[in-house]
Design a protein. Structure first.
Length: 433
């Protein structure tokens, strides 16, 4: 039965659109109008509409299994859900995995979810946030009143949490409204900038009501399209997942971290800080970063990686000579830069990690399995790294048959404020088993 709280929530929310934009495989932006996908914006993503098109082009049906070893917030899994296809995802970032897993709860009772949200909302009205010591990041990112209201909602949720699907969905609703309720600006790739302020800030009460309404409506919409969930998520490492997946994968659609020094571990530090999972930037490495594949200089320097040991790894033999040349050039060039960032070890470790992922994929893939990787190349300190070619060669070494790269767009073509002028590209790496 739909209660009055649910009715009031729906007043503010438009129905999911029936017409879609043309899919663009290199961006997550289009997903923000798609049911379920739009519950949480994760910067490291790509178009779900494109995934749906690819599933059709590959003529996949319920007999086939689709895998995404870098599942992120669930783009591929949710596209497969809509198509009624079995899918498996792997995600190493614990908070991102939790978000993805919660999105997969779309078949849950809408009424239970709304009633749980109502209970949290009601209890929050009677809770006092006094005496709470917040980390500096939160104090600098919220107005005092907004932070107090969000803290009360968090306390209410913790008091009500019964480990049910409804509870998990309300957790995501609260997590999703943190940035809209924050006065802090956001940089490229969703980094929080407390020193920058934005004009549009939502009131926590309104934001929560709208988010719950949106999620409830999307759940009802999805349940009308698909009767059952066929997706599963492994919260784990893409380099070591094969033992947890049946060896019957027919298709892999994914986008790995780019070797561009973006710190994926730091992407959700704001949300993790709110929930008390980290207290400062320094906590991020042990909590998250060390469990991810190496794609940032922060990671490689923190781990004190040995570049010669990395290059000696037998998995890198197919690309050793070219990789070693690039790595050693980076080791020299870094001495001319103030930060002296560990790009040389980052690139070597990145390739080693991707090689390990390829080995795992080969173990779980059926003969003739097809893969598509959305990838981009990089040029740290202006030293070009042909990432697409290297990944393709590592795929061949792992046992796949052949590969080809299809460029989607040029990158780094606007030189203003860029650190180098090496033209880059982003595109699709097609790999056949």
């Amino acid at each position: 039965m739909t209660n009055q709280f649910q009715l009031s929530l729906f007043d503010d929310v438009a129905a999911p659109p029936t017409e879609r934009k043309t899919a663009r495989s290199g961006t997550f932006v289009d997903n923000m109008v798609l049911p379920i996908h739009r519950w949480f914006r994760y910067s490291a993503g790509f178009s779900a509409e494109w995934v749906e098109q690819l599933l059709q082009e590959w003529d996949l049906d319920q007999r086939h299994v689709v895998l995404d070893p870098f599942a992120g917030s669930g783009t591929v899994l949710l596209a497969c859900e809509k198509a009624g296809l079995p899918s498996v995802g792997v995600e190493a970032h614990p908070t991102v995995a939790q978000i993805c897993q919660t999105k997969l709860l779309w078949p849950s009772s809408v009424d239970d979810f709304v009633e749980f949200a109502e209970s949290v909302h009601r209890q929050a009205k009677h809770l006092s946030p006094n005496g709470v010591e917040h980390p500096p990041l939160l104090l600098r990112s919220f107005e005092a009143e907004a932070l107090a209201q969000l803290e009360a909602m968090k306390k209410a949720w913790l008091a009500c949490d019964d480990q049910s699907p409804a509870s998990a969905l309300v957790w995501l609703a609260l997590t999703a409204i943190l940035r809209p309720c924050s006065s802090a600006g956001t940089a490229q790739w969703q980094y929080i900038l407390p020193n920058k302020t934005k004009k549009k800030v939502l009131h926590p009460d309104l934001a929560f009501r709208q988010q719950v309404a949106l999620m409830a409506q999307d759940m009802a919409w999805m349940q009308a399209q698909v009767k059952h969930s066929h997706a599963s998520l492994i919260s784990g490492d893409a380099r070591t997942f094969a033992s947890q997946v049946a060896p019957n994968v027919d298709a892999v659609i994914t986008s790995p971290p780019y070797a561009n020094n973006y710190d994926y571990a730091d992407a959700l530090r704001f949300e993790m800080t709110f929930w008390g999972e980290v207290q400062s930037w320094g906590d991020i490495h042990d909590k998250v970063r060390k469990h991810l594949i190496v794609s940032s200089s922060q990671h490689s320097s923190k781990e004190k990686l040995d570049v010669e040991a990395l290059l000696a790894d037998s998995l890198l033999a197919p690309i050793h000579d070219e990789l070693a040349k690039v790595v050693r050039e980076l080791a020299v060039v870094r001495e001319d830069h103030g930060g002296k960032k560990h790009y040389h070890t980052m690139v070597a470790a990145y390739c080693r990690d991707i090689a390990q992922v390829m080995q795992e994929l080969q173990q779980v893939s059926n003969p003739g399995a097809r893969m598509c990787w959305v990838i981009g190349d990089s040029a740290p300190y202006g030293v070009y790294c042909p990432i697409d070619t290297w990944i393709g060669e590592l795929a061949l070494a792992a046992g796949f048959a052949h590969y080809r790269f299809e460029k989607l767009r040029d990158r780094n073509t606007k030189w203003k404020n860029r650190k180098h002028r090496v033209p880059l590209k982003e595109g699709l790496l097609w790999i056949d088993g």
